[in-house]
Design a binder for this molecule. Structure first.
Ligand code: ZN
Ligand code: ZN
Length: 351
């Protein structure tokens, strides 16, 4: 088969590799029909994720059809159309039992292994360990482009942004960063009854998209002198927002989130950080705030499928650019320069 293979920092090659095979009895093989590229893949290519070694097939998001199952796979059958969850889970370790498979000890201590510790989904075929736990059947009426957003991005924005931020009825929520993950938080914040969802970004296209994804307001940081004051002004009493979701991953945006919340407020960090941030404990020791971080557990995929089926969310909006799998190098160029291309998520499909 053909696959996108990591060849060290800055290098990737679409090349012929051996087909994956069932190696554990709980494995399944999935023919990838739709996949996409994640910001994390770009971090890997920069060399930021040293656990990814030369020869690894990239990617952790896909929708496809099961072509083979191991003898201990019970629920998933050959021919099923499935979402490949970005989180692999054994289902029996302490972390899986308590609903935090992001740290599944049965797969090596971290649930994100596709395109990281094992071969991933940017390929014609992918081997899926613990297939009964990591594959979700796609109902009729849900398209591939909708479903592929449930591999990672929608659960990430929802779980690590909206749920960890404990967004509740009436909350004023600022989402700092209106890239794909921020938009996923924006799209799902409404399902918890947020009264205002404020998109914060410096890019006019993304802010305009944010409104279509459900933001009630937008703050363009490129045109705003005092962003903190502008965000606090969205609360009735001017004390700050209830929840700020950080969806960029740089020190400045973490500070924006922290500065915007009210006493008792919450910062839910979703951004992938590569450098330390400042935490002004001398200011905030007295403020009863909560800061959360995390890797997606992907335990809400079925709930989010329900939201799609009910017409409450429309994740096909993420798909701005379409390519075939063998055009993956071009797709990476588009996604890596997303701002120049007005790109959100690029969709890759098998021919
Ligand atoms: Zn991802
Ligand atoms: Zn586990």
């Amino acid at each position: 088969m053909k696959a996108l293979v990591y060849r060290g920092p800055g290098n990737k090659v679409w090349e012929e590799v051996p087909d994956p095979t069932v190696s554990d009895p709980t494995d399944a093989i999935v023919k990838v029909e739709t996949t996409t590229i994640c910001g994390t893949d770009l971090h890997i290519l920069k060399g930021d994720v040293p656990a990814v070694t030369d020869g690894r097939i990239l990617g952790h998001e896909a929708v496809g059809t099961v072509t083979e199952v191991g003898p201990e796979v019970r629920e998933i059958k050959v021919g099923d159309r499935v979402i490949v969850s970005c989180v692999t889970k054994c289902g029996t370790c302490d972390y899986c039992e308590k609903g935090m498979p992001s740290h599944c000890q049965g797969v090596g201590g971290i649930g994100w292994i596709f395109g990281h510790l094992i071969d991933g989904t940017q390929a014609e075929l992918v081997r899926v360990p613990f297939a009964d736990n990591g594959l979700i059947k796609v109902p009729e009426g849900v398209s591939d482009e909708q479903a592929v957003m449930l591999s990672d991005i929608l659960p990430t924005g929802y779980e690590i942004g909206v749920l960890y931020g404990a967004v509740k009825e009436g909350d004023v929520v600022a989402v700092v960063g209106a890239g794909p993950v921020g938009l996923a938080a924006i799209m799902t914040a409404g399902t918890k009854g947020a009264s205002k969802v404020i998109a914060v970004d410096g890019n006019a296209f993304r802010l305009e998209q944010a409104k279509a994804f459900g933001a009630t307001d937008a703050v363009n940081i490129a045109e705003t002198q005092d962003v903190t004051a502008a965000l606090k002004a969205f609360s009735d009493d001017g004390l700050g927002v209830d929840v700020a979701i950080e969806a960029v991953g740089i020190p400045a945006t973490f500070s924006t989130a922290l500065d915007a919340i009210r006493p008792g407020g919450r910062v839910a960090n979703v951004g992938v950080h590569g450098a330390p941030v400042q935490f002004p404990i001398e200011r905030d020791w007295i403020n009863n705030i909560t800061i959360t971080t995390g890797l997606v557990n992907a335990t809400t995929t079925v709930d989010l499928l329900g939201e799609i089926e009910a017409g409450h969310i429309a994740p096909e909006r993420f798909a701005t650019h379409r390519f075939t799998l063998d055009q993956i190098m071009e797709a990476y160029d588009t996604f890596a320069n997303a701002v120049d291309h007005d790109a959100l998520k690029v969709i890759l499909t098998a021919e």
